[in-house]
Ligand binder design. Structure first.
Ligand code: ISE
Length: 340
């Protein structure tokens, strides 16, 4: 059997996922796309439906969710419209992979978690793709097997080349970018964040007026471990995501593109050689494999009637931590996270 998938949103990520579903994922077929920008959706449908199958286009995402020919939905719409789309998926009882953030605030995330529970079936996976990235998975295993002793500190770095979107203001850096570090800290360390503080240096001149970029965030974990985060969305370097984990008995670092590093020979005139390599431009390249593995795992689990990866509860908690982060952004002070 094949899972008939509909994708909501044909922006950067939605189009990327639609392509992956149409070409690389086993056991699934792309059957529908929805986007208020119908022309854009139609162009993608024409491109991807070409070889045999046809891909239906809906202007209204809720029509796609209601489409009887759709077995499962991938939501790549903006976070502000996730709640109603998620509730519609839950109401129809279809599996849904929802890009982060789950929703915009704690109350709406709670409503999603409660609706799913009331329906009695696990249906929602949140798109925290790093949980499927081979390097992250390896670090997760190493932290869990105890070789580093008790984890003391994580240093998480998260840089974007730039953000073209003028809506990408300080709050969005917390809600759309830091949210990945929130999920990674909880997942890698297997414990909750109890408080968060967000501060920033004098912003880069490349930041929009009034936007705090870069941001340094500090998470205090329940065990007493500390997580430092740098999120810098106008780094002018490229997409750099790495973590160094430090424990009582050792440390590890992931996300350095060592495999790509090259050296050049020193010049005959005695000039020093150089070392270095390319930096990927964005998350679609850096996490391509993670997205493939994530979507394949979602399809496989949906066919079994199960949910893998981050659950709606994980999404809810990450929303609550980010809300505390936004409060701290305003005051500069640590803010406690009140967990459900
Ligand atoms: C984007 O939405 C993502 O999820 C990326 O992983 C992150 O690096 C970026 O800052 C976000 O805007």
């Amino acid at each position: 059997t094949s899972l008939r998938v509909g994708v909501v949103g044909v922006g950067l990520m939605g189009a990327d996922h639609a392509r992956r579903l149409a070409t690389r994922i086993a056991g699934a077929s792309l059957v529908a796309l929805a986007d208020p920008d119908v022309e854009r959706a139609q162009a993608l449908a024409d491109e991807l439906g070409g070889s045999g199958g046809t891909v239906r286009v809906h202007a209204d995402p809720l029509d796609l969710v209601a489409d009887e020919g759709v077995d499962a939905v991938l939501l790549a719409s903006p976070g502000s419209v996730h709640e109603e789309q998620l509730l519609a998926c839950i109401e129809r009882g279809v599996h849904v992979l929802c890009e982060k953030p789950l929703t915009m605030n704690g109350d709406s995330s709670r409503r999603v978690v409660e609706a799913e529970r009331a329906g009695g079936r696990d249906l929602v996976q949140v798109g925290f793709m790093r949980r499927f990235d081979p390097e992250y998975v390896r670090l997760h295993e190493m932290l869990a097997d105890g070789r580093f002793g008790r984890p003391l500190v994580l240093h998480q770095t998260h840089r974007n080349l730039s953000v073209p979107n003028p809506d990408f203001r300080s709050e969005m850096i917390v809600r759309d970018s830091l949210v990945h570090e929130v999920d990674c800290a909880r997942w890698l360390l297997g414990e909750e964040i109890v408080s968060v503080q967000v501060i920033g240096p004098t912003p880069t001149r490349h930041a929009l007026d009034g936007v705090v970029d870069p941001q340094i965030s500090i998470f205090r974990m329940a065990s007493g471990a500390v997580v430092t985060n740098e999120v810098f969305v106008n780094s002018r370097t490229g997409y750099e995501v790495r973590v160094e984990a430090v424990g009582e008995d050792g440390s590890a670092i992931i996300g350095r593109p060592w495999g790509e590093v090259y050296t050049t020979t020193a010049g005959h005139d005695g000039a020093a050689g150089t070392w270095g390599g390319p930096i990927v431009p964005d998350y679609r390249v850096r996490f391509e494999r993670a997205y493939d593995l994530e979507v394949q795992a979602w399809v496989d689990a949906s066919l079994r009637g199960e949910v893998v990866g981050a659950t709606s509860r994980d999404g809810w908690i990450s929303t609550l931590v980010c809300s505390a982060g936004m409060e701290s952004l305003a005051s500069g002070r640590p803010v406690d996270v009140a967990l459900p």
